[in-house]
Design a protein around this ligand. Structure first.
Ligand code: AMP
Ligand code: MG
Length: 295
């Protein structure tokens, strides 16, 4: 019989976390984003192998909780979850969608990517396209980019006047407060890579035909605005890291860690909903009898 090592036991649940990501990665408690080290794995004492094992374990509980949320949505419940993902190019948003979203049942997931606004979207208020993509009751929504783009590239490149974008922080807080009051639990994750790591990842895209589709020549131009983007992220954390819609800063130089951390945050969010199976809206004993009596 194989003896379980102490390490194996530790991977059971939260033991490898000396501090939960909920605390260790909360934007408001970290220092300036410009000094953030994307190589670190704050709060986590394990290595890559531990992290990958844990991620798979989280998958089981995540999908159970997701099914309960879905069942409640089917039974008149109003709750849903929204995971907002932001990050510079190559930060790994797509990988989170694939690897964390991949632990969940696609039926209960609503994934939306937000690219450059279409003319129709530009003709509306910046939250118009966001409203249309909100998760219905029982669903877990994932935004790959979000309304925060309207205070990121839009601010950095002055796509609208400052008098317009500067008002958006308050508008976003109001919007998210309404959203949470209506039953949606919101968590926001900003994936942070270092400028060097981004260069490595862009170079890899140029070396691999299977990655050309991800490469956008404009991404290189954006690197010249790195510090402006950091300022724009700092402004977001300073103004929109609220208790009802908290921001977490995810170090993303190590993909295994960013995936694990986001999965843990999502798991804690779902646990926090205190979900239960909806009770039957029929007489169970009577139905058993009817079934037994049927042909
Ligand atoms: P990707 O996520 O790599 O497909 O790229 C989408 C692009 O659309 C990125 O360059 C974003 O910055 C850009 N984008 C998304 N939303 C907006 C917005 N509201 N205004 C301007 N650019 C945006
Ligand atoms: Mg891109």
């Amino acid at each position: 019989m194989g003896k379980k090592s102490a390490k194996d036991k530790n991977t059971k649940d939260g033991a490898l976390w000396s501090q939960e990501p909920w605390q260790a990665l909360r934007a408001g408690t970290l220092g300036p984003i410009a000094e953030f080290d994307p190589d670190r794995t704050p709060g986590f004492d394990g290595d890559r192998e531990d992290g990958e094992k844990l991620l798979a374990q989280y998958g089981e509980e995540l999908s159970d909780l997701q099914e309960m949320l879905f069942a409640q949505g089917r039974s008149g419940g109003t709750r849903s979850v929204l995971l907002v993902l932001q990050g510079m190019d190559t930060a790994g948003k797509g990988g989170i969608v694939r690897h964390v979203g991949g632990l969940l049942d696609p039926q209960g997931l609503a994934i939306t990517g937000f690219g450059k606004p279409t003319p129709e979207e530009l003709a509306h208020d910046f939250l118009w396209r966001i409203h249309k993509a909100l998760p219905r009751a029982g669903r877990i929504g994932v935004f790959d980019r979000s309304h925060y783009e309207d205070v990121l590239p839009v601010r950095v490149h002055g796509l609208v006047p400052e008098s317009v974008w500067s008002q958006r922080y308050d508008l976003i807080n109001e919007f998210e407060a309404e959203l949470t009051a209506a039953g949606t639990t919101v968590i926001k994750c900003a994936l942070v890579v270092s400028k060097d790591e981004q260069k490595t990842r862009l170079a890899e895209r140029l070396d691999r035909p299977d990655k050309f589709w991800k490469y956008n020549p404009g991404d290189v131009d954006e690197r010249a605005y790195w510090d402006d983007y950091l300022d724009a992220y700092q402004a977001i954390f300073d103004t929109t890291d609220t208790d009802h819609a908290p921001w977490f800063v995810i170090p993303a130089n190590r993909k295994w860690f960013s995936r694990l951390a986001v999965a843990r945050l999502l798991l804690q969010t779902l646990r926090g909903l205190d979900l239960s199976w909806p009770p039957a809206d029929f007489d169970v004993a009577a139905e058993k009898q009817r079934l037994a009596a049927s042909d």
